[in-house]
Ligand binder design. Structure first.
Ligand code: TXA
Ligand code: MG
Length: 350
């Protein structure tokens, strides 16, 4: 049985948090909002509780979990070494959507880190998450609270849709404010490697580090196990128009026109506001992501839009990228992982 407990996102009732914290300490599963997406939390130092996360999600045991803390002072409890670089980044970005990969402390069960000698740690910037972790008094292991490989949840209803019955409590504080997961930076490699673009833009990290960051794709290193080519996938084929704005917008439109001529085909589109009206006039079911220039709005609406369109069970979802600067990089990354087909502009002849 899953219980959903409403909480105020800004001033959560301490009694509700204390009850949820007790469930965590007793080895239960509590889904909670973070600023990025909802997490599926368990007592990180209790291997049996951690095992329940993998079962609930259908997640393979080789995919490690992020350990969530409320206070940077607790870092030495989960990381064997906290390099100066980590402290500098933490000062600037914690609490916030930044996950650092550090050497693992022996107290962290192998189940959490999938047997690796590194541990991913983050301090979420959400009053409910922070209050819950503080009340529990233990580190909290939490992946995104979706079934493995599905779109990440940005509302309590998304969690219930995927994990209803498998989780003890869902703390419902409304939609999450960032909408894409945390940025993951591996500090156990020199130079540091960006394992996943996310809520903290790469440019902001580079500014603090004073040098460019290597991405996992180009690094001579294993990628984050969860960085599978197909991840975040909706249950309907998604065609992604991935390229410069003028090309992507027009190519998506031409495809929609072409597809709309087909008999009885149900077409959906996940697009910025600028594209919405024209596509609707064709009979396309549209999820409006907000103005293209407002990348924060687009990130916030992305996963909910995907899930809403998926629920309509169209034959195809058309989507396009919105550049690669700031949050655009995380948005493009999630869309590429969700895509069944990626269409790119033709290479110009010289
Ligand atoms: O925003 C977020 O990070 C959310 C919220 C709930 O905090 N969590 C989240 O967790 O996205 P999850 O499990 O869905 O994604 C975590 C990613 C996975 O791709 C995993 O492989 C990677 O982090 N990861 C975890 N520990 C790692 C480690 N020690 N080394 C490399 N990658 C690691
Ligand atoms: Mg996930």
């Amino acid at each position: 049985m899953t219980e959903t407990w409403p909480v105020d996102p800004h001033q959560p009732d301490p009694r509700t948090l204390a009850r949820a914290a007790a469930v965590l300490r007793d080895g239960g599963l509590v889904a909670f909002p973070t600023e990025t997406v909802y997490g599926l939390g368990a007592h990180a130092l209790d291997p049996a509780a951690v095992a329940r996360i993998f079962t609930a999600k259908g997640r393979p045991a080789h995919d490690p979990l992020i350990v969530h803390l409320a206070d940077p002072a607790d870092l030495p409890k989960v990381a064997a070494d906290v390099p100066a670089l980590a402290r500098g980044l933490w000062e600037r970005f914690a609490p916030g959507p930044l996950t650092l990969v550090l050497p693992r402390h022996p107290a962290v069960p192998a189940a959490v880190t999938a047997g690796k000698d590194t541990v991913a740690v983050r301090i979420p910037a959400h009053p409910v998450a922070l209050g819950l972790i503080r009340a529990a008094g233990v580190p909290v292991a939490a992946p995104s609270a979706n079934t493995f490989g599905h779109t990440s949840p940005t509302t309590a209803q998304h969690v219930l849709d995927d994990l209803g019955g498998a989780v003890d409590v869902i703390l419902d504080a409304g939609p999450t404010p960032v909408g894409v997961e945390s940025t993951i930076l591996d500090l156990t490699q020199d130079p540091p490697v960006l394992l996943r673009p996310g809520g903290v833009p790469r440019e902001a990290l580079e500014e603090v580090l004073g040098r460019p960051i290597v991405s996992a794709q180009s690094a001579q290193s294993p990628r984050a196990p969860g960085m599978l080519p197909r991840h975040y996938a909706p249950r309907v084929p998604l065609w992604l128009f991935d390229g410069p704005r003028t090309w992507a917008q027009e190519a998506l439109w031409q495809s929609a026109v072409h597809l709309a001529r087909g008999q009885g085909r149900r077409i959906a589109a996940l697009v910025p506001h600028e594209d919405a009206a024209r596509l609707r006039s064709l009979g396309v079911q549209v999820a409006d992501l907000g103005p293209e220039a407002d990348l924060e709005a687009v990130a916030r609406a992305l996963f909910a839009g995907l899930r809403a369109l998926e629920a309509e069970a169209p034959d195809v979802i058309l989507a396009r990228t919105v550049g690669e600067t700031d949050l655009g990089l995380a948005i493009a990354d999630r869309l590429r992982r969700a895509a069944a087909h990626i269409l790119r502009p033709p290479i110009p002849r010289t």
